[in-house]
Design a protein around this ligand. Sequence first.
Ligand code: URA
Length: 257
Amino acid sequence: MEQTDQVPSDRDELLNEILARIELEKWFGADLYPIRPDNGETQHTPAEPAAADSDEMAVVESPNEKQAQLDELFEAMKTCHQCQFGDTRTKLVFGEGNPDARLMFVGEAPGADEDRQGRPFVGRAGQLLTRMIEAMGLQREDVYIGNILKCRPPNNRTPTPAEMTPCLPYILKQIEIIEPEIICGLGAVALKGLLRDPSVSIGRIRGAFIDWHGVRLMPTYHPAYLLRSPQQKKVVWEDLQAILRELGLEPPPRRGS
Ligand code: URA
């Protein structure tokens, strides 16, 4: 009966492999699996305290204090009209997530869906970002998600460096409050803003950590670019795995391995 003893463990292994593949398939091959519906459960407004921290992604030290500082910042800037985007926005998109996150994602600017809802990364690119985070074995609530610009540029046009300047102190202050160990900069505009260098080429710098004021900054492609160029998902997945390793977390098994 040696063989029957073997069957359950082989099955378990197979089942685990299938589950891991499905998890990765959710974002490697997005068309095969439905996108998790946005039922509003993940919504965090700056005014709400974060959910209790329970896992290794969270540092339990002082989430309420950090949340209070984020609330204060939001109060100070919620009516901002320092640039013309303040005049055309529907809602200012402050950012959301765990105020004590070890990992923070920084994108470019709100799009139409974000402008309507007042939440970052909730449109198509945002749904892909959510799947990327989940493929890392995390949830949106584990990380913090923000943007360089808090208001939508009309027609989603790329902001100029001069247009980014008035908004930059806000994301810098958010980073200062949250104190993430790692920032994942999404796309050229986010990197140009964070590095204060309009000549940045994302294709040249992606995939290697940069020491950014004592924080590890991983530049990678923007999810909106991945929607247009899905073949680049593979290298972004490598960048996300490098982030997990840096955080001391186990990357999920790779598809096909
Ligand atoms: N793209 C971004 O850079 N940020 C968002 O919030 C949404 C789309």
